[in-house]
Ligand binder design. Structure first.
Ligand SMILES: *[C@@H]1O[C@H](CO)[C@@H](O)[C@H](O)[C@H]1NC(C)=O
Ligand SMILES: *[C@@H]1O[C@H](CO)[C@@H](O)[C@H](O)[C@H]1NC(C)=O
Length: 363
């Protein structure tokens, strides 16, 4: 339902060519809540803009990079990205990668989808492209100027807090996120690569960063399980981090039966480095199922890593989150004024639509 609405909004925006006529949602932003294709004609590139229904103050920005042969739509559906954007009141940007020859930079809604899966099928992420030269991908150094342009666009066209820009990405997008952790510390504060590794070579460490990475121990496509912990360790050293173990060694926390995380929680300026592994997980986002139904079901104990990445980013958000500081003393007094407590009908779009199982009576 939410995705259908987003797809509809995207199509309306695509048809109108511009969202200028629509009412301002927040200071400095001319796009209404929902997901919009935003072109940057000067550099022949485009991205999806995920706008929350309500904004936190001093809005953080999260960049999300899709994998090789998938699309921003697929990554959005796979990771519940826009759901988290709404929940936190942050702004999201999901850039489109390019085909090998760089010919689809302004390809619109369907830029990265296969020809037999357009519009609704594309925006719901129901089908992947073949992994051939026409598939969208990230090319590390070659895509660096696109990231600079995106952050510049956000500075000029929105009211984000430029000190709170975070990045995540899956697979090839995770590889790219690792590249950015090494080379874009001047633009981005924290990085959460998923199922994609890139060794921390020749890193620019002039800006302190935070980092949390994850890979399944049975990854059958990115094979990140063999190197991703070394990458995290290198970054922890490059950024002078220490863990809470003897002589600053990292501590490993068993987060659940299937996910554990190794933590360096003392880096300069409140930064952290952390690396998580989900036992037996193949090339998927821990705690999530692919929108094209190609994931095997997994134990419910797998860490929901999209949620976890936002929680880690929140450590650097200085309270820029919806409902920070609530309930207030006044709200608690109202709650305690009667029994049962008064129910709430505000922010219905965020309240859990928990469906109680229907009771059956054994006879
Ligand atoms: C690449 O894959 C797409 C489908 O995803 C297909 O339409 C196209 O013909 C393929 N191109 C080549 C050169 O194989
Ligand atoms: C954190 O937010 C408070 C307001 O809630 C502000 O006074 C303070 O300057 C902020 N700190 C930083 C480092 O931005």
């Amino acid at each position: 339902m939410a995705l259908e609405l987003m797809a509809l909004i995207a199509r309306i925006v695509a048809m109108a060519g511009t969202a200028a006529a629509l009412q301002h949602r927040s200071p400095c932003l001319r796009y209404p809540p929902g997901v919009h294709v935003v072109p940057l004609p000067e550099i022949q590139r485009q991205f999806l803009l995920s706008v929350p229904v309500e904004f936190a103050r001093e809005v953080p920005l999260v960049l999300g990079f899709h994998g090789f042969s998938d699309s921003p739509w697929y990554f959005n559906a796979f990771s519940d990205f826009s759901k988290h954007i709404n929940r936190y009141g942050w702004l999201g940007i999901l850039p489109f990668g390019l085909d090998e020859h760089g010919t689809n930079g302004l390809g619109g809604v369907n830029a990265c989808c296969p020809d037999d899966c357009l519009d609704d099928c594309c925006t719901k992420g129901l089908h992947l492209r073949q992994k051939n030269e026409t598939a969208c991908r990230w090319s590390n150094a070659k895509d660096m100027s696109f990231i600079e342009e995106i952050v510049k666009w956000a500075g000029e066209n929105t009211c984000i807090d430029q000190s709170k820009v975070f990045a995540t990405g899956f697979s090839n997008g995770g590889v790219f996120t690792n590249y950015l952790a090494c080379h874009a510390g001047h633009l981005i504060r924290a990085f959460a690569p998923i199922s994609g590794d890139n060794p921390a070579l020749d890193c620019d460490v002039s800006h302190p960063i935070s980092y949390v990475s994850i890979c399944g121990t049975a990854d059958d496509e990115a094979m990140c399980q063999y190197s991703f912990e070394d990458t995290a360790e290198s970054l922890s050293k490059l950024h002078n981090c220490a863990g809470a173990g003897p002589a600053g060694a990292p501590v490993t926390f068993q987060r659940s039966a299937t996910t554990s995380c190794k933590v360096w929680d003392a880096c300069p300026q409140q930064n952290f480095v952390e690396v998580c592994r989900t036992e037996g997980l193949s090339h998927d986002i821990s705690g999530h199922l692919r929108p094209d139904s190609t994931s095997y079901l997994r134990p419910g104990s797998d860490l929901d890593f999209a949620e976890y990445a936002f929680q880690k980013f929140s450590l650097l958000a200085n309270g820029s989150m919806l409902f920070w500081g609530e309930p207030t003393d006044e709200q608690l007094r109202y709650k305690e004024s009667q029994w049962p407590p008064p129910p709430h009908q505000d922010h219905i779009y965020l309240r859990n639509s928990y469906q109680a199982p229907s009771a059956s009576t054994l006879s």
